[in-house]
Write a protein of this length. Sequence first.
Lengths: 139, 432
Amino acid sequence: MQMNRRVPVAVLVFCFALTLAGVGMYAELKKGQYQAATLGQFPQTSPSESLPDSQYGGKAYPLYAPELVAGEGKAEVEGYCSMCHSARYITMQPPLPAAAWETEVAKMKKTFGATIPDEVTSKIVRYLQAHYAPETRKQ
Amino acid sequence: MDATERFLSRRGLLKALGAAGAGLALSRWVGRGTTMAQEPASSGAIETFTGPGANPRWNSVGPYVTEPQKAPLLLLTDRPVQLETPRHYFSTAFTPNDAFYVRWHLDGIPNNVDLKEWRLQIEGNVAKPQAFSLPELMRKFKAVSIAAVNQCSGNSRSRLQPRVAGGQWGNGAMGNAMWTGVRLRELLDAAGVKTGSVEVQFQGLETGSGPKGMASSSFLKSLDLANPVLDECVVAYLMNGEPLPMLNGFPVRLIVPGYFATYWMKCLSWIRVLDTTDENFWMKPGYRIPDTPKGNTTPDDVKAGKVNMVPIAKMPVRSFLASPDGSSKIPAGMTVTLRGIAFSGYGRVTRVEISDDGGKSWSAAKLGEDYGAYSFRTWEAAWTPKSPGKHTVAVRATDEKGNTQPDAPVWNPGGYLWNRIEKQELVAGIAG
């Protein structure tokens, strides 16, 4: 229990450090910057804080990490699939037949170049079939 | 730390934060009444998916989120960003910039652009390669404006049966804007397209984390140089009279009137003339449709290898009822106004019709202002539920080429070209 309590503190400290680093790095912020955000919050647009220089845009895009179903292979899915895209690409799908998940994962490797070792590939496919197929999907 | 490690540690962090945040978010959301045809899930949580049946709602089921320069929109995915425009925005001809849907393919979306550095390059098989700054584009070339609908190829994908993998859009992956910029032809002429050229390729600032040369590292789209649509293409730096939101392609975006949005390159930065046919993933096999009538086929025919696939192009005719959306009961005998929009990639919409008797009879709706062949055309119609009970209102459009929406589903492996007649159940109550 104690271990569990320590995690959020460490996380908050790390977040704060990231925020500070973010301010300093503003000028270099160019591409693919995302930051954790909370669903259900809708801030109104505020007056622009930007400078009259040649930079346009500048905000990081919010990440709303979905909670994947617990099970064998979840860590691998989070680790490998998240290299290119958020796990929302999984939770957004309708329940897909087992063969469709196999095709999807194969496409990620062959077409998109995901470097997933073969033994991990089968684990990932089994996880998706076990939790995100018509017979299995609950949430 | 390499990029992967950095991201993985960020994921761990998100997970730790997520548990507390998600509970809070869900409890705040309940009771907002966003549902159209269904009751909220009994657990009190918002749905995260639909299927394996067709999505019964007008929009996708994602939660509302607020992204930079955007009003609250429906979330499909957060990285890369895909956001859907809510139904109520579709009763006007022009979709506000902050409500315009968003669809990116790769996670390296620009967060900002430095206009001192940014140039639009015209290169490849040309006599004089060019690099134009934004002031040069605005000063050297005549500004032209065109109203044009931008619709994702996969709009309404969640309607297909059987369902197909991909972005599970409802109907809101579309929008119409007045685009202002320079003609693509003038830019190509400035560079001088060499004889023997075949296609023109477009590339924006978006990149992905995948290996170089793979579909996951760059998003590239091409059009045939002989395609007459090139004469209508505009490189736009204004959207409804304002700079484009970053998520919609600041500083310039390619406008391909009548064509699906896959060709409308965001943050357009390279126009590349090719002397060969582009066969990168995003042209082949990506974004292809069967060369059958209405792009329709079956899973069995695809499996049997019977289907010839060709690049997706023009948008079939569609029409939508924006309101009423079925969330309110209407007293029987009260005349209400039905409102919505219609469009076609094949030419202007000439007729929008309403039916409330299952398609046996149709009556013409009144069309709104005509902003050109490629714009949304608003329509409205008076409608009176004569008796208490459930009524179903259907809307269909016809374009100037005589294409009319069918009351039949479409199926193809990409989940493209859905244009079935839209129907809305409306409940009339006893008036008193």
